[in-house]
Design a protein around this ligand. Structure first.
Ligand code: ATP
Length: 378
């Protein structure tokens, strides 16, 4: 049940009584709690309130992070998005999205889906100075948490060698979700020493050659892609590298039956547009085709062989926490997300932190493969 406090806030925001009731019935809004702080989470969008919006109280409303449109043809995508105007090009860091805000007297980290994440909330002050929120209590820092020791992704960018790091890419106002212009954001990041995604500079559509070269370089380095932003942040589009498309397929193929077919087809088509735009032929095409084929086939075959041997398809990942309690809170958090994840090891590190190992079992993929190996006909 959603309490009357939140219903009143929604009414003030212009959501009708009927709409609130329907949302509540369908589970589109859910009341939740984090260490004594109650909040309302939007699982679905409602009017202007996007999915992932979180309401703590009248002033503390953190809008859901908007979808960023993707271009698959770089030249035409840039032309349509920016015409002849300048745009900033930033790295698209491969991690998970967090919105960080001060609520009451605490700094809280919220995931894309609108959950307060116990792990990210515990660790975020390792990366963000608290002074920022003393000076700007009405602003939300939006960034990517990325690294090899992440609770949500098994891989991170190549330059984060251990643990996890925060990379700022947006600063928004509470309630309106309006973004600060790029220059203001960069100034704030520098002033407070907040780590920022790499900014490759300002470009126009006349710099296409440099952009193609940048994509090739990022791809060679195993990086995910770029996000292009007008200086006022009103127009934003993303483009991912061929490396990222193939790598996502490799990671997904291990748990093939857990993912919708669209996961694979969308990435294959993005790669095809890249090949077509760059007119890649001959040996270059053969190499990409081989990489794609192996990425799709090899991990799936490995999964089949694992299940044949009696193993389950599972993923093991580690995170570093300051309090063991945080790891247990993550288990409850994963349960809320409907994930089957348990702690398999806890090890004390020499800096007073703990490294916790989790195991995620993919039971649907395991049982599907088990049945197919067993001769199931379909
Ligand atoms: P959606 O399509 O709704 O944006 P998604 O999770 O499929 O969701 P992605 O393809 O991962 O989206 O790309 C968008 C995400 O990229 C953002 O939500 C953000 O977390 C991440 N990101 C990484 N670096 C940047 C950056 N420099 N600027 C903006 N977003 C970035």
């Amino acid at each position: 049940m959603v309490s009357s406090k939140f219903k009143e806030i929604l009414l003030k925001l212009g959501v009708s009584q009927d709409r609130i009731e329907t949302l509540e019935m369908k589970g589109g809004i859910v009341e939740d709690e984090f260490e004594g702080i109650r909040y309302l989470r939007f699982k679905d969008s409602a009017g202007k309130l996007r999915r992932g919006t979180v309401v703590f109280d009248e002033e503390d409303i953190i809008p859901g992070f908007p979808h960023i449109k993707r271009v698959v043809n770089l030249e035409e995508g840039i032309r349509r998005a920016f015409r002849n105007r300048e745009f900033y090009v930033e790295e698209k860091v491969d991690g998970y999205n967090v919105r960080v805000a001060k609520i009451e007297d605490r700094i809280i980290a919220i995931t894309r889906g609108g959950f307060v994440c116990p792990f990210t909330t515990e660790r975020i002050t390792d990366f963000i100075p608290q002074e920022f929120f003393k000076d700007h209590p009405n602003l939300v820092l939006v960034g990517e948490m990325a690294g090899p020791e992440s609770p949500y992704l098994i891989e991170g960018p190549p330059y984060v060698k251990e643990d996890i790091k925060f990379f700022l890419f947006d600063i928004q106002e509470k309630i309106t979700g309006k973004s600060l212009p790029v220059e203001e954001r960069l100034k704030i990041a520098q002033e407070y020493g907040i780590p920022h995604v790499e900014v490759f500079g300002k470009f126009t559509r006349n710099d296409l050659k440099e952009l193609y070269e940048l994509i090739e370089k990022l791809s060679r380095e195993g990086r995910e892609g770029i996000v292009m932003k007008s200086p006022d942040m009103k127009k934003i589009v993303k483009y991912v590298t061929p490396f990222a498309n193939i790598n996502d397929i490799r990671v997904g193929a291990r748990v093939f039956y857990e993912l919708p077919p669209g996961y694979f087809t969308s990435r294959i088509s993005r790669l095809a547009f890249y090949v077509a735009e760059k007119r890649i032929k001959g040996e270059g095409l053969r190499k990409l085709a081989e990489d794609l084929g192996m990425a799709l086939l090899q991990p799936l075959v490995e999964s089949i062989l694992d299940v044949e041997q009696g193993d389950e398809i599972a993923e093991v990942f580690k995170i570093r926490v300051k309090k063991i309690e945080t790891a247990y809170k993550m288990v409850t958090h994963f349960e809320k997300l409907g994930l089957n994840i348990e702690i398999v090891d806890i090890e004390e590190l020499n800096n007073g932190m703990w490294r916790v190992t989790f195991k995620r079992v993919y039971s649907d993929a395991t049982s599907e493969i088990r049945e197919l190996i067993g001769g199931k006909a379909f």
